[in-house]
Design a protein around this ligand. Structure first.
Ligand code: FAD
Length: 291
């Protein structure tokens, strides 16, 4: 069972992203909310990888639990930060042992800094494309990669970013997931660029429904990309009314999902921040036959 197979089925795949737990309470909440979202019949559920591998064991634990105790397909995010090639190989082995064959291969950021200088481990990797190759050589993994509608914050040009993305796909990526998208046109411009470069790797847009004003600030901090000014204005106008902010956020996420589906996206990837309600409300409006 792989993401590749799910995407090949041709119907848009709903996927969910969770973060690894830091405490036992967190772990219980994640399991509860993953369970709640099981009824959406997601095509896959991804579990992120803490900066510098800080929550690596927790990432594997959650993914192994999803593989063994639920009907859902886990995807593990893996970054090259602070890891030697040897460590990455042994982590790949541990994943295979836990029954996880779906990996999102990322270079990662220096801990605590999405725009700071990248520092390679002396025996490690420099680019995500090398991690794709390592996973491909190691075993029968289904490998996803990251895509950036506004180009990667460290890329100096859109053209260079496009060329590197295409090279990463050619190294053996089965699909890509974007940085969070708030405006469908940002996604469509990325897709057009990649298609024009002769690459047909499926690119799944990621969505993060805005539920509080803080989510907006957090999105910019996490992605290094600007929140669309026309939307920021609409949220600012209701900033004093938390219920109105939430209602606008859900409405916008529904409209964005509908537009992206109409544009033929292979799936919609929801960043949940380990909550269930907002994603459920958005997906309920989409009238999708999920796989
Ligand atoms: P790369 O593809 O290696 O690109 C990094 C930079 O190098 C880009 O500017 C690229 O253009 C450039 N580049 C690539 N190849 C070359 C080359 N041959 N020559 C010159 N330049 C080149 N981070 C986490 O820590 N944990 C997570 O779980 C996590 N999940 C994520 C999920 C998604 C969907 C996304 C979009 C991001 C995620 N991130 C996560 C953040 C990600 O690790 C960072 O954005 C990181 O800075 C870039 O990773 P990458 O895999 O795109 O790197």
């Amino acid at each position: 069972r792989t993401v590749r197979d799910r995407l090949a089925a041709g119907t848009p795949v709903i996927s969910l992203e969770f973060m690894p737990p830091r405490t036992t309470n967190d772990a219980d909440r994640i399991r509860r909310n993953v369970r709640k979202l099981e009824s959406l019949r997601p095509g896959f559920v991804s579990v992120t990888y803490g900066a510098g591998g800080s929550t690596r064991d927790n990432t594997i634990d959650v993914a192994a639990w999803i593989a063994q105790d639920t009907t859902m397909l886990p995807v593990v995010h893996l970054t090259a930060v602070d890891h030697s090639v040897q460590e990455l190989r042994s982590f790949a082995g541990a994943l295979a042992d836990a029954g996880v064959v779906n990996v999102l291969a990322l270079r990662g950021d220096p801990p605590g800094d999405v725009t700071g200088e990248w520092v390679r481990h002396p025996d490690g990797l420099t680019y995500a494309s090398e991690l794709v190759t390592l996973l491909r050589e190691h075993g029968d993994f289904c490998v996803g990669v990251a895509a950036f509608p506004h180009r990667h914050p460290r890329s100096i040009s859109v053209e260079g970013d496009t060329a590197h993305f295409v090279a990463k796909c050619r190294a053996g990526a089965d699909y890509a997931i974007t940085q969070m998208v708030f405006d469908a046109d940002d996604y469509l411009r990325l897709r057009d660029r990649i298609t024009a470069a002769g690459c047909d790797t499926p690119i799944i847009p990621a969505l993060m429904p805005v539920t509080t004003m803080k989510t907006i600030a957090r999105s910019e901090q996490l992605s290094g990309a600007p929140f669309p000014p026309h939307l920021a204005e609409r949220f600012a106008a209701v900033a004093d009314d938390p219920a109105a902010v939430r209602a606008l956020g859900i409405e916008q996420a529904i409209l964005l999902s509908q537009r992206l589906l109409a544009e033929g996206v292979p799936g919609l990837h929801f960043i949940t921040f380990n909550f269930a309600r907002a994603t459920t409300e958005v997906v309920a409006e989409l009238a999708l036959a999920t796989s």
